[in-house]
Design a protein around this ligand. Structure first.
Ligand code: SF4
Length: 335
């Protein structure tokens, strides 16, 4: 059986159920790299220049963790998933960068996904990918349909049940959950609600964010994330704030930020990576919006490989302290 390696990084959190279903339907075995550790991050960092953003360093570390564990590694170059909405250049060059800096990598399956070039282009790319496993166009078509259905189910389960990507992956595919858990319980039993905005590869990688979700929950806060909103909620929030999206995955920052600033969260925390061009623009928009509205406190945290855990904890404690005091003051005024 052909083994396909999938790095547990970057777009894994958006598309893993779809990718897994496609390869499994075509008879392949899917191998996922283990969760991020200091060693994984250090190995990825050692292959690129210091200015590279943290998530790409983490991704390369995961590719290295898959060397000799699979026959191919799947690294698509995702240029656009919506017409005239563009992806960060790092995603476009990911297969080429990986080949250049990790020559010992197993062969890379590197299809181009570019919706801006039309549906036909997408079908051809998927067909070329499927040809590695079967010559039957029918089987490839069936696998594509099953994969798309898995993708729709994945997003529906997250927004319907308020689950995170790791929890949903575990529920759908039985992959043991190793990332932070968000406890699902009666929302009214949580005294404070904190919304986290940012890309899933920052929010759900426990090593990268120093167990942020776990820390918030330990302090008895209910945590909300972008995946708990529907596509319609995210799109209408984007339309309110910027008209139309320019960047792919803008929903996770601008859409979720605008929605949660106006929907009763007690505080919003924006998580971004150092050296990320798109996020520095998008997070700034959310920050300005928060300053204009003056209804919900907002804090942004920038993560890089040298971010000290103590620094994250101190800022988190100060932010939560401010929110608790604010809530107490309001409660006193109402009495
Ligand atoms: S969007 Fe930012 S963090 Fe993500 S890959 Fe691009 S530069 Fe890196």
């Amino acid at each position: 059986m052909i083994r396909i390696g999938i790095p547990r990084a970057l777009l894994y959190y958006q598309y893993y159920p779809m990718w897994h279903t496609f390869f499994a339907e075509l008879g392949a075995e899917v191998v996922v790299s283990p969760p991020t550790t200091e060693r994984v991050l250090a190995s990825g960092s050692s292959r690129v220049v210091a200015e590279t953003c943290l998530p790409v360093k983490v991704f390369l570390g995961h590719v290295l963790a898959l060397v000799e564990k699979c026959d191919y590694i799947f690294i698509p170059a995702i240029r656009s998933v919506k017409s005239k909405v563009y992806n960060c250049s790092k995603f476009l060059g990911l297969p080429d960068m990986t080949k250049a800096v990790i020559p010992e990598s197993p062969p890379i399956l590197d299809i181009d996904i570019d919706i801006s070039r039309g549906q036909r282009n997408l079908y051809q790319a998927v067909y070329q990918l499927g040809r590695h496993f079967t010559q039957s166009p029918f089987k490839i078509r069936q696998a594509s349909k099953a994969a798309w259905q898995a993708h729709l189910n994945y997003h529906r389960v997250m927004s319907d049940h308020g689950l995170t990507p790791p929890q949903t992956i575990e529920r759908m595919l039985g992959t043991p959950e190793v990332e932070p858990k968000i406890r699902s319980s009666n929302p009214t039993s949580w005294p404070t609600t904190i919304a986290l905005i940012g890309h899933p590869y920052l929010l759900y990688d426990d090593h990268v964010n120093h167990r942020l979700i776990h820390r918030l929950e330990q302090a008895h806060n209910r945590v909300l994330t972008p995946e708990m909103l529907t596509t319609q909620q995210l799109e209408s929030a984007i339309a309110r704030l910027v008209g139309r999206a320019y960047w792919t995955y803008e929903e996770e920052v601008v859409g979720a930020g605008e929605h949660y600033l106006g929907s009763g969260a007690d505080g919003v925390i924006g998580i971004m990576a150092f050296a990320c061009g798109p996020d520095s623009v998008m997070m700034d928009m959310v920050q300005r919006r928060a300053a204009r509205l003056r209804t919900t406190p907002f804090m942004s945290l920038t993560l890089e490989e040298h971010t000290a855990e103590a620094g994250v904890v101190t800022r988190l404690e100060a932010f939560l302290d401010m929110i608790y005091r604010r809530k107490r003051r309001r409660a006193e005024v109402c009495v």
